[in-house]
Ligand binder design. Structure first.
Ligand code: GSH
Length: 234
């Protein structure tokens, strides 16, 4: 059976994995996880021991966690699609560098603000956490704006999994009310707008929002966790 990607709502970093699956164009299914009311499910605990999304259930029943591992797994399924590169190449090093930056610096920068988001409005530490996130994320937005200057894509000459991962994280600055990207980082904002117009990105938004979603890839529908029990490797 085709792979199943578990994505998290609201607005998880798993967004990028949905986009990458659409760009890959091969058959896949999705499983929806509400991250605010995590499922009490032995099946999901087996698929994602830390309860995080994304998690990809592979064809043979083995789960693969961690965005970067999932991105590389998807990219290597068809290098002709140009979503990634084989490991001996210089392009692979560049992609690895950008993805690592997006994950360890950019994604992590927002962690204090997500923590603040879950606290009560009046919690005293809220503003300190938000300011900490803003400081770190500002450095990353500035760096990303430099990276896309004069370039069509983050890595190489075509869209890659780095662009897919980027577009899922870059929205957090506005989601959390920390930045006005159009005003503060206009060139990066324009780059993001270009990605937002992509059919795979539009599809991923519709999926997250629970709206009718038109696949331009190989989406075959959602699966329920319990239906996967027979498929999990022993
Ligand atoms: N290291 C993991 C982190 C994934 C992650 O932070 N996922 C968040 C959503 S963006 C999540 O599932 N949070 C809920 C939780 O961990 O309880 C990865 O890169 O895949």
């Amino acid at each position: 059976m085709e792979p199943v990607l578990f994505y998290g709502v609201p607005h998880g970093c798993s967004f990028g994995s949905i986009v990458a699956l659409e760009w890959l164009g091969q058959p896949y299914r999705l499983g929806r996880i509400d991250m605010l009311s995590k499922p009490d499910s032995a099946v999901f605990a087996k698929i994602s021991p830390l309860g995080a999304t994304p998690a990809l259930l592979l064809e043979d029943g083995e789960p693969l966690t961690e965005s970067l591992a999932i991105m590389y797994n998807l990219a290597k399924r068809d290098f002709a699609r140009g979503l990634g590169f084989s490991q001996e190449t210089r392009e692979f090093d560049r992609l690895n560098s950008v993805l690592s930056f997006l994950h360890t610096d950019f994604h992590s920068a927002f962690a204090p603000a997500w923590h603040a988001f879950k606290l009560d409005e009046g919690a005293p530490e809220r503003e300190v956490l938000r300011a900490t996130a803003r400081d770190s994320a500002a450095r990353c937005y500035a760096r990303l704006q430099e990276m896309v200057d004069g370039r069509d894509w983050l890595v190489g000459d075509a869209r890659t999994v780095a662009d897919a991962y980027f577009v899922g994280i870059a929205r957090w600055g506005e989601d959390l009310g920390l930045f006005d990207l159009e005003k503060e980082y206009p060139r990066l904002h324009a780059y993001r707008q270009k990605l937002e117009a992509d059919p795979g990105v539009i599809f991923a938004h519709a999926i997250e929002d629970g709206k009718p979603a038109k696949t331009s890839g190989g989406f075959l529908g959602h699966v329920e966790l319990d239906a996967l029990t027979p498929r999990l490797a022993a």
